[in-house]
Design a protein around this ligand. Structure first.
Ligand code: NZQ
Ligand code: ZN
Length: 386
């Protein structure tokens, strides 16, 4: 096992009816700026519950944070937070709203050009406003980590940052809040959480048994409940609860502690979203199967372990078992209604060159656990995903 630090300060309030706990979780004297996306929080009644729980606290709402939150919109919220003297942010929504909250929290306290937060990947953040979250879409893990991904629409750049100052103080996880999600967003959540787990698990063995078995447990949970989420005539509380906690655990630092991590699928996926607007999780479903085929030699031992422990594949040569494990993964995404090829999104070979150029422009030239996924390797992966 590799050396590691593990510290996660986010308080999780999990379960039905927990939004009422905001009354205790948000400091009594806080001036609260609530952040929401489009119209879902209002329509579903969640925003009303949040406002009721805040009681007498001074609060206002900033709405309009888009999926794949933009720098441009986030900066408008920064202005409102500064002008209104708000000292606490409350994100109500999915990963996009929570990611925006992290950026806004840091940018309000930042001197200099706030875009440099992204260019420096968050290393230049020295302070941030405190913030909490009410999660309505289980997928990203943003509710219990310190990472965020922001898109500069003007530059067509989707970049990630992280900072110890950007953990939510708390996150409310009420599984019933997922009942209004359309099937596409449920499927996205399952696929995103699955790929987060894979990017921290499917590298090379370091005898990290607890992390491996946690990761395998998350993957098996997603495989069990994922398809049921799409076919159940009515939402089933425990399936939603298991999805929600699996997605949080997939990216809160626990399974990634002391193990090598990959993230090349995510970095290529971000370029696909920036250039073509494809949902984050769907970009991962395109890239991952092709990436695993390309990297089957470097990942051989873990691919065999994954095939056996997650998919029960024990028959055949090593090569056959690896191919079967990758194809079961592809098949799972397809069963979730998520196409796994660029052609499924109307993209052809002419899309590949510009995507590789953007990876180069953003310095994504040494990806993976071995730092050997060069732009040429990324090109082969994208070509194999056509
Ligand atoms: O905007 P509204 O109207 O609220 O609608 C949203 C949005 O259109 C809707 N939605 C959310 N909760 C709902 C709901 N609709 C009905 N009922 C509900 N309960 O869902 C749509 C998508 O929401 P979004 O927040 O964009 O989705 P997601 O949670 O998948 O977040 C994706 C973003 O997170 C980033 C991605 O890159 C992308 O920008 N990621 C963040 C990570 C992190 N911070 O650790 C890691 C991830 O790998 C990922 O990169
Ligand atoms: Zn992701």
């Amino acid at each position: 096992m590799l050396n590691f630090d593990f510290h996660n300060p986010t308080h999780i309030a999990f379960g039905k009816g927990r939004i009422a706990d905001l009354a205790k979780l948000v400091p009594a004297q806080a001036r609260v700026l609530i952040l929401v996306g489009g119209s879902s929080a209002e329509k579903t009644g969640t925003l009303g519950e949040v406002r009721a729980a805040l009681g007498e606290r001074h609060h206002a709402t900033f709405s309009g944070i888009e999926p794949n939150p933009s720098y441009e919109t986030s900066m408008k919220a920064v202005e409102q937070a500064r002008e209104g003297g708000f000292d606490f942010l409350l994100a109500v929504g999915g990963g996009s709203v929570i990611d925006a909250a992290k950026f806004i929290a840091a940018a309000v306290r930042f001197e200099g050009d706030p875009w440099s937060i992204l260019l420096k990947r968050g290393r230049n953040i020295t302070a941030a406003l405190p913030f909490g979250a009410v999660l309505t879409l289980p997928a990203t893990g943003s509710e219990m980590n310190n990472g965020s991904v922001i898109t500069h629409r003007g530059q067509g750049a989707k970049l990630a940052f992280s900072s110890v100052h950007c953990y939510p103080r708390f996150s409310v996880l009420d599984p019933t809040k997922t009942y209004t999600l359309p099937p596409q967003q449920l499927a996205n959540g399952v696929v995103d959480a699955f790929v987060h787990t894979v990017e921290q698990y499917l590298t090379y063995p370091v005898d990290a048994r607890v992390q491996d078995r946690f990761a395998e447990g998350i993957l098996q949970t997603l495989i069990e409940v994922g398809p049921r989420l799409l076919t159940a005539p009515e939402p089933v509380y425990d399936d939603r609860a298991n999805l929600m906690w699996a997605a949080t655990m997939a990216l809160n630092g626990l399974i990634g502690a002391g193990v090598p991590q990959d993230w090349s699928t995510h970095m290529i996926g971000h370029e696909l979203t920036a250039a073509h607007g494809i949902d984050h999780a769907r970009t991962l479903a395109i890239v991952l199967p092709a990436m695993l085929h390309e990297r089957r030699a470097q990942k051989k031992d873990k691919l065999l372990q994954y095939g056996e422990r997650v998919w029960g594949i024990t028959q055949g040569s090593e090569d056959e078992r690896i191919t079967a494990a990758i194809e079961r993964t592809r098949d799972f995404f397809e069963r979730m209604g998520v196409p796994t090829r660029l052609s499924g999104y109307g993209l052809g070979a002419d899309a590949v060159g510009p995507l590789v150029a953007q990876l180069e422009a953003h310095g994504m030239v040494q990806l993976s656990e071995h730092r050997d996924v060069t732009p040429e390797v990324s090109r082969r992966v994208l070509e194999a995903a056509l």
